[in-house]
Ligand binder design. Structure first.
Ligand code: SF4
Length: 111
């Protein structure tokens, strides 16, 4: 049997999570289904309705909970499709292509 102090110690030993800025936590566009309320990492405590995210925490969400109409880059439902992260990765790849593209206006090499 565990003691009360071991119980309190257990509660103080909070798991490591991402920060708010790590995950890009922001309001979801109006009407979007890609939002915390539909995410597999969103949890709502039955006794008082306090909401948390499994993968990130901040001082703000420790106070007010995770807002159901916000979302982050790691939104997902099934653990394999990351709609927003995949989109961001594509955008990053596009901008990297732009930066390192072969279409150099300032290319002074002979033709
Ligand atoms: S969308 Fe992001 S912040 Fe919201 S519950 Fe899912 S993982 Fe957490």
């Amino acid at each position: 049997m565990k003691t009360l102090s071991e119980y309190l110690e257990l509660l103080n030993d909070r798991p490591v999570k991402f920060t708010e800025s790590d995950v890009n936590y922001l309001p979801a566009p109006e009407g979007s289904e890609l939002r915390c309320a539909g995410c597999r990492h969103y949890f709502r405590r039955a006794i008082d309705g306090f909401t948390t995210c499994e993968i990130f925490r901040s001082e703000r969400t420790d106070r007010e909970g995770v807002l159901p109409d916000w979302r982050c880059s790691f939104f997902n439902v099934d653990g394999s499709v990351f709609h927003l992260l995949d989109k961001e990765s594509e955008e990053e790849t596009d901008s990297e292509d732009d930066e390192h593209g072969t279409d150099h206006d300032d290319d002074e090499s002979p033709e």
